[in-house]
Design a binder for this molecule. Structure first.
Ligand code: HEC
Ligand code: HEC
Length: 472
């Protein structure tokens, strides 16, 4: 008897109904009890920006004009052809060439300086106001009470402009300031020089320089005027914050994914999900025989509490660096601790949303797992899975010998692996293989059919407003 919660949680009436259903060989689900099982209500809360803003955002998302060396766009790492990520464990940023899993790190003088140290997350449903925390370590969050002019708490403190419209727009301020992602290395261009000098928000800083580039392109000026009527009336009114607002409009509207079988089910179509997926949904939200549930972290409509947890995820790649005593090699990624400085946050990462999860391998903050089954199985016994990982060496392709040396630094060092294990806070689950199969059936039911083929996003294939070439 797997569903021990039936007896403990909702009493004898449901228990007998459950047994009757099973005795007659029928579905043992009880759809009326979804609420008791923690299954969320369809409480969507999407922003609805104007078409003009979305269209401007579409151009900016794929336009290399926002990168220092004019060689990479947001869309290079969040592309329609790779389901709003890049299909890689760790992105090949500024200086690389090509798209998706074939994106190349270059060779010789063109070899990129470093890979981006974390996996590029997908961008599904982020136009829903409930998403208040961004990045694997949550360094961009929405805060009320007027403590920051923008309404966002970020590494930029009070320097963030006050005309940002929402938290997703606040996020879009940052990739352009990163040498590895978009700006380039000092000495290569004036945007990179400003970034390297720490001049992000000041006169001649990164944001002002990018705004000036946009102001100089008449097609963009017209688009900004249409997108921000009354606010932008001439080229000089355009700021990079306007660009960020438009990008957030595009992301939120175009990559909305709320028509999965799961959505249809919670909106009332009880036949939208298969019996197996419904069983998996109950296991996911309600828990195992010890009442430990996926949904204790992956809660609610988007399967995330937007909080931080340490689940012994293997660490690959160069790491974001850490200043913790004894761990100064720079090859760790301590996640949330790097934002709060609180040792209780060491190795905690934000719970990811699981929408369209079947489409967005590889998984984990460093892209350590290539398959959905592998990352779910990791959760079953995180510490054993971490120790077993060493020998598996799941490939992070493509790569280059000169960068390989840093790819497994943490996992090749037994002390570091012990350190990750010691911080784990997720006890083993007591699901059997069949339960895991059902949970994966549920995760597959989180795929919106409209997200499978996103080529229509590529309305920009005819070009972006700057006239710069798109990624091949
Ligand atoms: C070189 C690859 C790369 C480029 C270019 C890039 N990103 Fe990202 N993006 C990432 C990575 C990696 C992360 C996660 C970083 C972290 O958590 O520390 C991320 C995070 C995000 C997130 C947060 C998602 C979440 O769930 O927290 C959004 C939204 C996003 N990027 C949008 C953009 C936009 C908009 C641009 C252009 C202005 C952009 N990205 C450019 C790689 C990239
Ligand atoms: C203690 C909180 C917690 C519980 C319980 C939990 N998870 Fe997770 N899960 C996380 C965190 C945190 C991550 C990201 C870890 C990282 O990147 O280092 C994650 C990552 C994932 C991922 C990969 C997502 C991605 O985009 O990379 C999947 C899939 C997943 N969890 C499914 C499950 C399933 C299924 C269960 C139940 C069997 C479960 N989780 C239980 C916290 C939890």
């Amino acid at each position: 008897m797997k569903y021990s919660y039936i007896a403990t949680a909702v009493g004898i009436t449901l228990l007998s109904m459950g047994s009757m259903a099973m005795a007659s060989g029928e579905d043992d689900d009880d759809d009326d009890k979804d609420k008791d099982n923690g299954i969320p209500a369809p409480t969507y809360d999407f922003r609805t920006p104007s078409d003009e803003k979305v269209e401007l955002g579409r151009n900016l998302m794929f336009d290399k004009i926002l990168s220092g060396n004019l060689n990479i766009s947001c869309g290079t790492c969040h592309h329609s052809l790779t389901d709003t990520g890049d299909g890689l464990s760790l992105p090949v940023g500024e200086g690389g060439s090509g798209l998706g899993v074939t994106r190349d790190t270059g060779t010789g003088a063109d070899l990129i300086v470093e890979r981006v140290p974390r996996n590029a997350p997908p961008v599904w449903n982020l136009g829903d106001r409930s998403f208040h925390t961004f990045f694997h370590d949550g360094r961009v969050t929405a805060v009320g009470g007027g403590s920051f002019p923008s309404g966002c708490k970020t590494p930029a403190g009070n320097n963030l402009p006050s005309n940002l419209e929402n938290i997703l727009a606040c996020q879009a301020m940052f990739p352009v300031t990163s040498a590895t992602e978009m700006a380039g290395q000092a000495g290569e261009n004036s945007v990179a020089d400003a970034a390297a000098a720490g001049n992000i928000a000041g006169p001649g800083g990164v944001w002002e320089q990018l705004a000036q580039r946009l102001q100089a392109i008449p097609e963009y000026v017209d688009m900004f005027k249409d997108a921000f009527p009354g606010d932008v009336t001439s080229a000089g009114d355009i700021t990079y914050a306007h660009a960020a607002n438009a990008i957030s409009a595009f992301e939120g509207v175009q990559w909305r994914a709320d028509n999965s079988p799961f959505d249809q089910f919670i909106r009332g179509d009880k036949k939208a999900m298969s019996k197996n997926a419904r069983k998996g949904m109950k296991l996911f939200y309600k828990g195992d025989d010890n009442d430990q549930a996926c949904a204790s972290c992956h809660s609610g409509l988007y399967q995330t509490d937007l909080e931080f947890h340490a689940i012994a995820m293997p660490q690959i790649g160069s790491g974001r660096g850490s200043n913790s005593p004894g761990k100064t090699g720079g090859h760790e990624d301590f996640g949330r601790e790097q934002v709060t400085g609180n040792p209780n946050d060491t190795l905690k990462f934000r719970t990811p949303s699981l929408r369209n999860i079947a489409l967005t391998a590889p998984y984990g903050h460093g892209g350590a797992y290539n398959s959905l089954r592998a990352v779910v199985e990791h959760h079953m016994d995180t510490v054993s899975s971490l120790y077993a990982y060493n020998s598996k060496r799941q490939a992070i392709l493509p790569t280059h010998p000169a960068l390989d040396a840093e790819n497994y630094v943490a996992m090749d060092d037994p002390d570091r692996v012990d350190f990750i294990a010691a911080h784990n806070e997720l006890p083993p689950f007591v699901y059997d293989d069949e339960d895991v199969d059902r949970i994966i059936d549920f995760l597959n039911a989180l795929t919106d059919p409209g997200s499978i083929d996103l080529r229509s996003d590529q309305d920009v294939v005819n070009g972006v407003a700057s006239g710069l070439p798109l990624d091949d």
